[in-house]
Design a protein around this ligand. Structure first.
Ligand code: SF4
Length: 695
């Protein structure tokens, strides 16, 4: 007898590391499993659209290879040999190893490590509560956004901007340093609506002819790391040809005769020599900007992957300040809404237990840290024990050769709490099975929009999977960590966090489903002044004092140009390394999330590297050939894709594939560097010199 399944539509928010944080309508079948996932039409940013990988989330959450039980390593590190153990055995062992490290080397020898595999505040950031309570080494998260955030905040004074839904009121949408067709599809929803409804033009500025550029009306193809030069060339024309809004500059910015004199030397020809865009194209683009008051600059995370990324973001951001586009509906700029949430994270992160004397170790320098680099360790004790949640550093972190070497250390104890047997989990001493977002309660915000929401538990987790919070509760009890947050449920933590943030309680937010926190028009457009103390937009960046939480100045910050400019610190090619490589994000993977789903695997295939036809011919490389890429940091092997949508001398390897997908098992991050990027740290994933040869 056929029994009809009961399908209920429940709401949630996509937890993945993507600015869209889409509002979701999820089919829950018989209260036990999920079916189709759709974008909420009710949530006005998502507007009914989600990416393909999350629409098929059933294949991820019900994947046969999900981790189901705690396991202990039984063979050599990395061998993949594990045996099932109980949760009590696992938690007892972690606690014993953490206590042992603390006894022998001090509390700072324990380094809890996490990142944005979930963006839910309770599950992502709760590990900090244990860190702070126990005085373990603190975690400085730099891998994703620090570089670009510094550049944006240097100009505006904070990370916030024009409502991205206002793109529908724009006449020109400049999508710069992001490929939203692949990585944040909702940007295109609003941009294409503007094109359809008011004939707006879409301009894409990027380093290869990606899926967004293919849909754009205007395409600007830059050499990697030269956005600042292009921006200066554009501003030169804007000032020279009378498009600068003098009244706006006077009232809202720190523009000075020195700025103009500086930009007068940054001619389109000067810019063209650096960025590769013909001077006539720079002139034409500047005139388009100058003639289009409602120009919306949607700036992206591409800026944050370059050694000069902060200066480049700042330079791009300066353009709408020259024209005064900020004054107009549909004009101005947006990158991220980090400053609008104002969550009180004391309870979630245990901020009341912080000891500022405890060192903060830089996430991006994990390879150096685990291999004993004294500078990266800040001359403190070695790291001897780790718990890792929501991230896969063996595949995603730079300097992969060092990261692997570190994880191979016999004297390093590592527990990994994960959803799948990632390559980091494979190297662990203990592996713990983790819940997915529909199996626990959490609180979400959208970096790329303005909504907050509660994502409630919708179905039971399979077998013995536990949430991050539950694991922390189990460890806290064993480690004598007494912060009151460990005695609370996730819902209680969400409720108190919302209340102490002035947002009502969890019940009210669940009633709202998605709450829109976009500041009003005047605030979003900075019409009552920018967020610096003087109320001005800063063309002259004060890099030592950017209003942004940080762990101190890093890298060659003293050499940064204060006026918008091309800062020539990118990893320049040389005779032995004649190509520049960028590791741009693929459409169907999200870092290494979705590496395991059949539809993502089928769409992405094997790791490829795009190479210009002339370069390919010069090197005797044909489409489909296996090719090796290398530099002083390491080597990797991919399949050549001969493509005229990249510039000569540029290679693009859309990422991130598992290391094991590469012939030889060495991943793309063998080639990326881990030195701290100015001014406050970060990793330059798109900024690599390499050689290439047929494998
Ligand atoms: S576009 Fe981003 S936020 Fe939206 S469903 Fe896909 S991964 Fe999640």
């Amino acid at each position: 007898m056929n029994v009809q399944s009961k399908i209920a539509i429940r709401h949630s928010t996509c937890p993945h590391d993507c600015p869209s944080a889409c509002g979701l309508d999820i089919e829950v079948i018989d209260g036990r499993s999920i079916g189709r996932v759709r974008g909420s039409k009710q949530q006005t940013y998502t507007a009914g659209v989600v990416c393909a990988k999350v629409a098929r989330y059933a294949e991820r959450i019900h994947h046969p290879e999900r981790l189901m039980y705690p396991m202990r390593r039984t063979g050599p590190k990395g061998s993949g040999q594990f045996a099932r153990i109980t949760w009590d055995e696992a938690l007892d062992e972690i606690a014993a190893r953490f206590d042992e490290a603390e006894r022998d080397f001090g509390a700072e020898s324990v380094w809890p490590y996490y990142y944005a595999g979930t963006m839910g505040l309770v599950m992502r950031d709760g590990l900090n509560r244990l860190t702070h309570e126990k005085k373990y080494s603190r975690f400085y998260g730099t891998i994703c956004s620090t570089i670009a955030w510094a550049g944006f905040a240097a100009g505006t004074g904070k990370i916030a901007g024009v409502d991205p839904r206002e793109m529908v009121k724009s006449d020109l949408i400049v999508i710069w340093g992001t490929n939203p067709v692949s990585t944040q599809v909702n940007v295109m929803t609003h941009a294409t609506k503007a094109r359809k409804e008011r004939g707006a033009k879409i301009a894409a500025i990027d380093i290869y002819d990606n899926d967004t550029m293919k849909q754009a009306d205007i395409k600007i193809l830059l050499r990697p790391g030269t956005d600042g030069a292009f921006a200066c060339g554009v501003m030169h024309v804007l000032f020279r040809d009378g498009f600068a809004d003098r009244a706006y500059l006077e009232k809202f910015t720190d523009a000075s005769p020195e700025l103009e004199a500086h930009l007068a030397t940054r001619t389109p020809e000067w810019a063209s020599n650096i960025c590769g865009v013909p001077a006539a194209e720079i002139e034409a683009f500047a005139h388009l900007i100058g003639n289009t008051p409602r120009s919306f600059f949607r700036l992206g995370y591409g800026f944050t992957r370059s050694r000069n990324g902060a200066a480049q973001m700042h330079a791009a951001l300066c353009i709408p300040a020259v024209t005064g586009a900020w004054q107009h509906e549909g004009g101005g700029a947006f990158f991220n809404n980090g400053a609008i949430w104002k969550f009180d994270k004391t309870l979630i992160e245990g901020l009341d237990a912080i000891d500022p004397k405890v060192r903060r170790l830089d996430q991006s320098r994990i390879g150096r840290i685990l291999t004993g680099d004294a500078d990266a360790l800040q001359n403190g004790p070695p790291v001897k024990a780790m718990l890792i949640q929501n991230t896969n550093p063996i595949t995603v972190a730079p300097e992969q050769a060092l990261v692997r070497q570190g994880f191979m250390r016999d004297d390093l104890f590592v527990a990994v709490h994960e959803q799948f047997m990632t390559e980091t989990a494979m190297m662990a001493d203990l592996v713990l099975p983790a819940t997915m977002f529909m199996e626990h309660d959490d609180l979400y915000y959208g970096g790329g929009h303005q909504h907050i929401s509660v994502g409630a538990k919708l179905i039971d987790a399979p077998e013995e999977c536990r949430s991050n919070h539950a694991v922390l509760q189990g460890l806290a009890a064993r480690l004598g960590a007494t912060h009151r947050g460990f005695a609370m449920t996730s819902r209680e933590i969400i409720d108190e966090t919302l209340r102490s943030s002035g947002r009502g309680g969890i019940d009210e937010l669940e009633t709202d489903i998605w709450r829109d926190l976009q500041p009003d028009f005047r605030a979003s457009h900075y019409l009552d002044g920018f967020a610096h103390a003087d109320g001005k937009f800063h063309f002259k960046a004060d890099w030592a004092n950017v209003p942004l939480a940080n762990a101190g100045l890093m890298g060659a910050w003293e050499d940064m140009p204060s006026f918008p400019d091309h800062w020539a610190v990118i990893e320049a090619i040389d005779e032995a390394h004649p190509f520049r490589l960028a590791t741009s994000p693929s459409r169907s993977f999200l870092n290494t999330s979705f590496n395991e789903t059949p539809s993502s695997q089928a769409r992405e295939g094997a790791p490829t590297v795009m190479i210009h036809p002339v370069d390919a011919a010069d090197h005797g490389i044909a489409d489909g050939d296996a090719v090796m890429l290398g530099n002083p940091r390491g080597e990797t092997t991919l399949t050549a894709r001969v493509f005229d949508g990249v510039r000569r001398g540029v290679l693009i390897a859309e990422s991130i594939f598992p290391n094991k997908s590469h012939l030889g098992g060495r991943g793309i991050n063998m080639l990326t560097g881990g030195e701290a990027v100015a001014p406050y740290g970060g990793a330059a994933f798109h900024d690599n010199k390499v050689w290439v040869k047929k494998a």
